[in-house]
Ligand binder design. Structure first.
Ligand SMILES: CC(C)(COP(=O)(O)OP(=O)(O)OC[C@H]1O[C@@H](n2cnc3c(N)ncnc32)[C@H](O)[C@@H]1OP(=O)(O)O)[C@@H](O)C(=O)NCCC(=O)NCCS
Length: 155
């Protein structure tokens, strides 16, 4: 992508390298700043990051091969740790990461992508083809309201 941020590239990252942005964006102001997710170092887990042409990491996302609890018979990919650096939110970086993750999902042949999404990000997910399902809940670490979202891949 090219625009006001210059040229942005999306590529796979090491799981330790996604942690600074996770901490800055997803754990800001929280006492518990733990950003290790179960399955982060699993060989089947993909971490996708967005980088400026100066190699600054401005977005991260993690894609774990995990079934969607409501449809365990289908092959699921769980999206976690979706974060865009605060100063560049709303410029399409999250969309680029979602798009790259969807391409990855299609390449590995999963049936669906799902996430526990913050309610504040539901519009973002819905605009990218995810449906909101089930009742809302308070996520234990962040204490923020969440819903599950799911997008099905057409094979
Ligand atoms: C949610 C989040 C990951 C989205 O990433 P982002 O880079 O801001 O996403 P985008 O810029 O692609 O899209 C966000 C909005 O900007 C708008 N947008 C997209 N491209 C744009 C552009 N070039 N210029 C201006 N606005 C744009 C989109 O319409 C979208 O609006 P919406 O929220 O009403 O759908 C990011 O805002 C974030 O990290 N938020 C805090 C942490 C968080 O909530 N993470 C998700 C946990 S589930």
């Amino acid at each position: 992508m090219s625009g006001t941020l210059g040229s942005i590239s999306i590529r796979a990252m090491n799981y330790l390298d996604v942690q600074p942005l996770r901490r800055e964006v997803l754990r800001a102001g929280m006492l518990d700043q733990t950003v290790n997710f179960d399955g982060d170092d699993d060989p089947t887990t993909m971490h996708l990051g967005a980088f400026t042409d100066a190699e600054v990491n401005i977005g991260v996302s993690t894609w774990l091969q995990r079934p969607f609890p409501s449809e365990p018979q289908l092959r699921g990919l769980q999206l976690r740790g979706m974060a865009t650096a605060v100063l560049v939110q709303g410029h399409g970086i999250g969309g680029l990461l979602l798009h790259a993750g969807m391409e990855y999902a299609a390449a590995i042949g999963v049936d669906l992508i799902w996430a526990n999404a913050r309610d504040s990000a539901l519009t973002f997910y819905n605009r990218h083809g995810f449906s909101t399902v089930g009742d809302g809940f308070i996520e234990t670490v962040t204490q923020l309201p969440h819903h599950q979202v799911v997008a099905y891949l057409v094979q």
